[in-house]
Design a protein around this ligand. Structure first.
Ligand SMILES: C[S@@+](CC[C@H](N)C(=O)[O-])C[C@H]1O[C@@H](n2cnc3c(N)ncnc32)[C@H](O)[C@@H]1O
Length: 219
């Protein structure tokens, strides 16, 4: 999974991505800031109050800490130990606890009917992994559990905004069409492809083409 400022891509793409993420998170400050993703901030309250929430590909923990501060019991999973170490520190700074799991999503098992909420913010992975992961998401949600996702669509490649996977990795981008298929079994509460301004740290900035989903597992 990759998520670069387009201007940085040629130099960085050549590196293995796990190395790249640890390297990015070793920089001073927070790559995507310490504030939560604003789509998550607008939609989180659909997740049953006080429930267990899994944040996929959570990086430095801004979304996990936001949810923990609101009383959710949060687990953050990411393959970057450097990112999750910063996530734990961010949680500590805010006086909350989160569970962190360093794992490749290829190997991670979210279980069955375990979570009141699952959050996927910019969790761009190769297509085959994404198919598998989203099937796991459907199984792993409890009844009435809610999945919240925001991701770049392929249209973003032609836009000004900084962020998103490198353009040659077109299969890392998401679309409503594929998400409808991958999330079969969930009821869509909100499902759009839109252009919007994003301002998240240094690495997600400007007019961006995104897909947003809020989906609930029926009783
Ligand atoms: C663009 S960042 C998003 C971080 C966080 N969700 C946020 O919004 O601040 C993408 C994250 O995906 C993680 N990632 C990419 N591929 C992964 C994989 N196969 N397994 C686990 N994490 C992965 C990276 O380590 C990185 O932290």
């Amino acid at each position: 999974m990759l998520g670069f400022a387009h201007s940085l891509q040629p130099a960085i793409i050549k590196q293995d991505y796990p190395y790249m993420w640890d390297q990015r998170y070793s920089e001073a400050g927070f790559a995507y800031g310490t504030e939560p993703n604003d789509f998550l901030e607008a939609e989180y309250s659909r997740i049953p109050k006080g429930g267990r929430v899994l944040c996929l590909a959570e990086g430095e923990g801004r979304n996990a800490v936001f949810l923990a501060r609101l009383g959710y019991t949060v687990t953050a999973v990411d393959q970057s130990s450097v990112g999750l170490e910063k996530a734990r520190k961010l949680a500590q700074d805010h006086g909350v606890e989160i569970e962190t799991i360093v794992a490749d999503l290829n190997d991670f098992d979210p279980g069955v009917e375990q979570w009141d909420g699952i959050v996927s913010i910019w969790a761009h992975v190769p297509e085959a992994l994404r198919h598998k992961l989203h099937k796991q998401v459907v199984a792993a949600l409890k009844n009435n559990g809610v999945f919240i996702l925001e991701a770049y669509t392929v249209r973003h490649i032609d836009m000004e905004g900084v962020g998103a996977p490198p353009p040659e990795h077109t299969d890392f981008f998401m679309s409503l069409d594929t998400l409808y298929k991958e999330l079969e079994g969930l009821e869509m509460v909100h499902a759009v492809e839109i252009d919007r301004m994003i301002s998240e740290g240094n690495y997600h900035v400007g007019e961006s083409a995104v897909v947003q989903v809020v989906a609930r597992k029926p009783d």
